[in-house]
Design a protein around this ligand. Sequence first.
Ligand SMILES: [Cu+2]
Length: 141
Amino acid sequence: MDAASGARAAGLAAGGALILFAAVACGGGGGKAAPAASPMGGMKMPSSSAAQAPPAAGPNEVSIGGFAFGPAKLTVKRGTTVTWTNRDEDPHTVTASATGGPRSPALVAGASFRFTFTKPGTFTYICTIHPFMHGTVVVTP
Ligand SMILES: [Cu+2]
């Protein structure tokens, strides 16, 4: 009796710890999206939608998700075109504080905005709808 109830208690404790761990693991992602599905593993692609490639964050791309720009700071060479894509349900903007930087209209869910940086410098920007959202693009010569 004693041993059995002790084992049960231990099992419950372990289960509780597992659940807690899972909750922490899920919540600790910081809102970062999981990488796109791996092309490995023989995944089946519907042949009719070949044009709809999943949007992957490339080297010159900024993902807007979870009310944050990711990466928050991007460094590119002069002449580079940077693409922002809104992956949130809410609209966002890319609005530079200084002239010569990107100024987008409101981007609805799934919309993208492209801007080519022709001058070196550090361009900080915000979302005018959510001014707590900050991003920076550093343009090197
Ligand atoms: Cu916003």
